[in-house]
Write a protein that binds this ligand. Structure first.
Ligand SMILES: Cc1cc2nc3c(=O)[nH]c(=O)nc-3n(C[C@H](O)[C@H](O)[C@H](O)COP(=O)(O)OP(=O)(O)OC[C@H]3O[C@@H](n4cnc5c(N)ncnc54)[C@H](O)[C@@H]3O)c2cc1C
Length: 416
């Protein structure tokens, strides 16, 4: 059979966001090609902590307390690191991030964010069911664990507010209850906040791959190609693929951290930046039943098919800059205070880039100056969570259907 030369929609990028966009469109009967230079779910969507964060109704704000800002500036904590060489480019964007994080500006941002997050479980559920992926998921929540009662009390106050404002559920556990729930822990902690709604998966990359298989079963084309070859044609867009040129009326940029490289030459200067993160696996120790965030150190431990996955917080650096896994080294030492970790599985840590925007909301909607071009990127800390919901919204917009969530907070035009 000859490769097709045209389709209805090109989706550029087969991470969680692009794969779900392609799948949501294919489910509605559209002819779609999903284009990536790699197999689906091999970049950021592979290496994350695998938590479908129904509790993440409020996005990560920039710290506003001066003490916290100084801690970041002087690299005092484990959770944040930065490369000096990245600062000239990233500082103006971080200034906008800081500005957007002021309480009066942050409140409507969180409201908008919560309305999309509210659909994360139902949208994943539908895709998991038809993709035969239910074996990958645990529907038992995840924990914030605490070393000190003061930190736990502060988190409990916030959780009570989130329960009242957004209906997200939690349970508080004292140190004994936590030890019973996670018998692998080697020390008694002050306690835990167990978020009850979130789900977690044992292999994030495998979930994306299952969604991509479902997309293909529905007739979708999975194509190897370079999004950088995207060109406008008289009637739409064309990209060069391993099977030759492929044209479509619509093209969706779902390139996660690489979106900026594609849209800047088209004239879009959006305040995008990345927060890099590292992970490593440890196989054979006592293990964990559910993921946990060590809230006072800023690291996550998650049980995965490959072993316990240790993930780190944010590093402000250029994509592709040499790895500086100082946070991982410190996180490993902090994690070993809680859990016996055997030697790491990988010689070198994995590194990924959270695709962030200055106002903490993803960019979903039409490219303001290019008919037929659409944006779906910038999902920061929750792209694994939001892929299916964001993909559904994108499909609504491309079809001209009534959007299932108000898209106005996500439009790229907010920055122009
Ligand atoms: C350490 C860490 C932990 C995290 N934990 C969580 C979590 O628990 N829960 C959660 O919801 N989120 C989490 N995240 C965030 C989440 O992983 C991201 O938001 C999400 O994976 C972004 O998905 P994406 O599809 O936009 O990007 P990606 O998964 O990076 O996909 C982009 C795709 O574009 C392709 N591409 C790039 N350039 C080109 C090109 N020129 N041509 C063709 N293809 C190209 C890439 O190959 C890639 O497949 C975490 C992130 C990190 C780093």
């Amino acid at each position: 059979m000859n490769a097709r030369t045209s389709t209805d929609v090109l989706v550029l990028g087969a991470g969680m966001v692009g794969t779900c966009t392609a799948l949501q469109l294919a489910r509605r009967g559209h002819a779609v090609a999903l284009v990536d230079r790699r197999a689906p779910g091999r970049e950021t969507s592979y290496g994350n902590a695998g938590i479908i964060q129904r509790e993440a109704v409020e996005p990560y704000a920039f710290p506003r307390e001066w003490q916290a800002v100084f801690d970041v500036a002087f690299k005092r904590g484990i959770d944040v690191n930065y490369h000096l060489s990245a600062l000239p480019e990233v500082l103006p964007r971080l200034a906008r991030y800081w500005h957007a994080s002021a309480p009066d500006r942050y409140a409507p941002i969180a409201q908008a964010y919560s309305r999309l997050i509210a659909h994360c479980l139902t949208e994943h559920e539908a895709l998991m069911a038809e993709s035969g992926a239910s074996d990958l998921v645990r529907k038992e929540g995840y924990r914030f664990v605490f070393r000190t009662p003061a930190a736990m009390e502060e988190a409990a106050t916030r959780a009570a507010r989130l329960a009242a404002d957004y209906g997200v559920r939690h349970a508080l556990e004292d140190g004994d209850a936590l030890s019973r729930a996670e018998p692998g822990l080697r020390r008694r902690m002050a306690g835990a906040l167990h978020w009850l709604d979130p789900w977690s998966v044992s292999d994030p990359g495998a979930l994306v791959a299952r969604y991509a298989e479902r997309f293909q079963a529905l007739g979708g084309q999975l194509v190897e190609g370079d999004a950088a070859t995207l060109q406008a044609t008289g009637s739409g867009w064309q990209v060069r693929t391993a099977a030759g040129p492929l044209a479509a009326r619509h093209a969706v940029v779902a390139l996660g951290p690489w979106a900026d490289a594609l849209i800047t030459p088209l004239g879009y200067r959006l305040p995008l930046f990345v927060k890099r993160g590292y992970h490593r696996h440890y196989r054979g120790g006592p293990g964990l039943r559910l993921p946990m965030l060590d809230a006072e150190r800023g690291l996550v431990l998650a049980p995965m098919a490959q072993g316990v996955r240790l993930t780190t917080g944010a590093e402000f650096a250029r994509i592709g800059a040499p790895a500086t896994p100082v946070q991982l080294t410190k996180a490993e030492a902090a994690a070993r205070e809680m859990l016996d970790l055997p030697d790491p599985v990988e010689a070198e840590p994995w590194i990924g880039n959270r695709p962030c925007t200055a106002d903490m909301k993803p960019v979903i909607g039409p490219a303001p100056n290019h008919p037929g071009l659409w944006f779906n990127f910038g999902h920061a800390h929750q792209g694994f969570t939001l892929g299916p919901a964001s993909g559904r919204l994108m499909a609504d917009l491309i079809e001209g259907a009534t959007p299932f969530v108000d898209p106005s907070p996500y439009l790229a035009s907010r920055f122009l």
